[in-house]
Design a protein around this ligand. Structure first.
Ligand SMILES: [Zn+2]
Length: 271
């Protein structure tokens, strides 16, 4: 790795150095040392923030899996299988959703616990996005153009989002169940909670990006659309990245699709 870049990275970065940071380091070899050091510092900070975000996801995924396990235990896989087999493919999703909804409502503490866990995830993701924006490279003092106090933004909508997420998670889970061939597959889907964790991650990503954008907007700056820069980035995300920078009002907020790994970065303070 470029020595000047590595010096900057070591100030704030996490170890071991992620592959994508190493890839960036290759492109700064021709920069003057002072610029390379600065680039290394920024990438180090970004790597640290990314790790924090991953920890947040992991903690909430673990908390939601508790409720996912309770739901799996409460649904009778054989009964659900019998009901699904009696319906056409196009109706199976609705049948699965109805069973999941009824199970949620009739199992003590499940609905409330799940909503609370989701609301906490939304609040933490929004706050994390704002914390990341506050720590963003190139960030000047917040401009008075728009004031978005963090606490009311989080507490006022977190509960409402918890309900929306729960519905989305159940809907995703129902979709998975509709494709299951037999009771064994149904048990596997319920236990693995694929729908639950997939939608949680997607929605947390969205909440964090929104929190970030709100803070950058308040700062009167522009946003860049950042991809992971590897071979798995899709053409749509690549085109959004190429269109950077954006005014916050026009910014195509990630996640653009399921399992999108893209992220905003503050580009510059606008004139
Ligand atoms: Zn993407």
């Amino acid at each position: 790795m470029n020595t000047a870049f590595a010096t900057g990275y070591a100030e704030d970065g996490i170890l071991p150095v992620p592959a994508w940071v190493k890839a960036i380091a290759e492109t700064v070899v021709t920069l003057p040392d002072a610029t390379a050091t600065h680039a290394g510092r920024l990438e180090g900070r970004r790597a640290g923030l990314e790790r924090r975000r991953q920890r947040l996801y992991a903690a909430h995924r673990a908390s939601l899996l508790t409720y996912s396990a309770a739901l799996a235990a409460a649904v009778n896989a054989d009964d659900l299988n019998d009901q699904l087999q009696q319906h056409d493919r196009k109706d199976r999703r609705a049948v699965a959703l109805a069973v999941l909804m009824r199970t949620m409502l009739t199992t003590d503490g499940l609905t409330l616990g799940w909503h609370r866990a989701n609301a906490a995830a939304y609040a933490d993701a929004t706050a994390e996005g704002q914390a990341q924006a506050a720590a963003a490279p190139n960030g000047g003092p917040a401009s008075p153009r728009t004031v978005h106090p963090v606490a009311p933004l989080v507490s006022g909508v977190a509960w409402q989002h918890g309900k929306v997420w729960t519905d989305q998670q159940l809907d995703g889970l129902a979709g998975d169940l509709a494709g299951a061939k037999d009771a064994l597959q149904i048990r596997t889907v319920l236990t693995a909670g694929r729908g639950v964790t997939f939608y949680l991650e997607d929605q947390m990503h969205a909440a964090a990006v929104t929190g970030f954008s709100v803070m950058v907007d308040a700062r009167n700056a522009t946003l860049s659309f950042i991809t992971m820069g590897d071979g798995r980035v899709c053409a749509v995300c690549d085109s959004y990245a190429a269109g950077s920078p954006y005014d916050p009002a026009d910014f195509p907020e990630p996640p653009v699709h399921g399992a999108c790994r893209c992220w905003p970065e503050q580009y510059a303070l606008a004139a």
